[in-house]
Design a protein around this ligand. Structure first.
Ligand SMILES: *Cc1c(COP(=O)(O)O)cnc(C)c1O
Length: 420
């Protein structure tokens, strides 16, 4: 690797995914595309999004209510258009996934089915510094079931001086609490540190302890390769506006493992879109649950928001997670390399520390710039580099393989060098 424009350009020329950048609108700064490293927060808009939404607006104008059946993509089965693509994204069977609601709502709805504490088993294990919405969701579920989160929510901290959790520490904690643990619920990729957890091992340990294992994949879906079915994950959910580019607040996804789909005795909060679709319009008052993850749907599909997601999912289908993660590794390694190059010429008090573990990362790098993080963040933003700042001192940067280039990473390096 070389910290040079020529080297970056040569990598872009070799990159078989390079044309996907042209499928997206890149925010501009001083007439040039920004270096957009916040696809982990809000993915960019595909150029095909407008036409995808326009299709549904036109069909609505043309058919009114009849669009449910007569639209080009009939709304009554609109969510089915996502099964295959979503299954490919997360390593599931099509019947194990569904696109519905939003992330925190899905977390709650799935916990209705999968967090069922009893007098012996009621504790939930999660990572300390989980995304706040997840913490609130877990605390409120505990409270709803009459448990005190101060004693029933086990939050795993990293060891002093470390920024990530060791897998062995997680496995040991699960084992230690094996008699009381009802649920292990962790973010597949931690939003702050960027650590990718060993989902297969942790899921297995949770099962050995007699607990259910669920994953919040907000920072994993579209970022790292997942094999939810093979890993035997019980349930998972994720949002689609981060790496999946579906637009602000757009519809989310959920996974329920096949082995839970044939039992009909799971408690759930039901709605008519979870009812057997052959019988749905008979308007019968007895709920007959579907034998797919669609069972957890409550309402009919938010088609306009889903139309945006559809445009992006089609791009993912073309690019494929294998090729994306392969490019992602090289792109993030280049960013890592450039930060180390810059570190080499800094005085010790001005070095960056990358807190994302090298052997367990997706595209995001989280960086602590001691004492001058905010200053550095502001300077980057003023120079057309969009990264994000998380209190108290972390700058997160995520070169996304779909639309970021090696040249972006080089330009980032150049700008940060001039700031230093
Ligand atoms: C982004 C994110 C959320 C946001 O929740 P919404 O319900 O989509 O607003 C929740 N949890 C995690 C881990 C996230 O990364």
């Amino acid at each position: 690797m070389e910290f040079s424009s020529e080297w970056a350009k040569s990598q872009d020329e070799k990159d078989e995914l390079r044309d996907f950048r042209n499928h997206f609108h890149l925010p501009q700064h001083d007439g040039k595309p920004c270096v957009y490293f916040t696809g982990n927060s809000l993915g960019l808009q595909p150029k095909t999004t407008v036409a995808s939404i326009q299709q549904e607006l036109d069909d609505w104008a043309r058919f009114g209510v009849e669009g449910h059946f007569l639209a080009k993509n009939p709304w009554v089965s609109y969510h089915e258009l996502f099964s295959e693509g979503t299954a490919n994204l997360v390593g599931a069977k099509p019947e194990e996934v569904v696109v519905m609601n939003q992330l925190t709502s899905n977390l709650h709805f799935l916990m209705v089915s999968f967090y069922r504490p009893n007098a012996m088993r009621y504790k939930i294990l999660c990572e300390a510094k989980a995304f706040p919405s997840d913490q609130y969701a877990l605390q409120s579920q505990l409270k709803f079931h009459g448990h005190d989160s101060a004693t029933s929510l086990l939050e795993l901290h990293s060891r002093p001086g470390e920024h990530h959790l060791r897998t062995d520490d997680i496995l040991n904690a699960i084992h230690e609490h094996r008699d009381e643990l009802a649920l292990v619920m962790i973010g597949g990729v931690n939003y702050l540190s960027g650590q990718v957890f060993e989902m297969e091992k942790i899921t297995r340990a949770a099962h050995e302890a007699g607990a259910i294992c669920g994953w919040d994949l907000a920072h994993a879906a579209g970022n790292v390769e997942l094999k939810l079915h093979d890993w035997n994950v019980d349930f998972a959910c994720w949002c689609s506006y981060k790496y999946l580019n579906s637009g602000p607040g757009s519809v989310a996804g959920a996974f329920v493992h096949e082995r839970h789909l044939n039992t009909t005795d799971l408690p759930l909060f039901a709605g008519w879109w979870g009812h057997d679709k052959q019988e749905r319009f008979k308007m019968d008052s007895t709920f007959r649950p579907m034998k797919t993850a669609e069972r957890w749907q409550l309402s009919n599909a938010p088609v306009l928001s889903m139309a945006a997601y559809k445009a992006s999912l089609e791009i993912f289908q073309q690019a494929g997670m294998k090729r994306l993660t392969s490019k992602s590794k090289r792109l993030t390694a280049y960013l890592d390399f450039i930060l180390q190059e810059l570190n080499a010429v800094q005085t010790p008090d001005k070095k960056f520390e990358i807190i994302t573990p090298k052997d367990a990362r997706g595209c995001q790098l989280s960086v602590v710039a001691y004492g001058r993080g905010k200053e550095m963040y502001n300077a980057l933003m003023e120079n057309g580099v969009i990264v994000d700042w998380r209190e108290p001192n972390v700058i997160r940067m995520a070169p996304v393989p779909l639309y970021n280039s090696f040249e972006d990473v080089f330009r980032f390096g150049q700008i940060i060098q001039s700031i230093c």
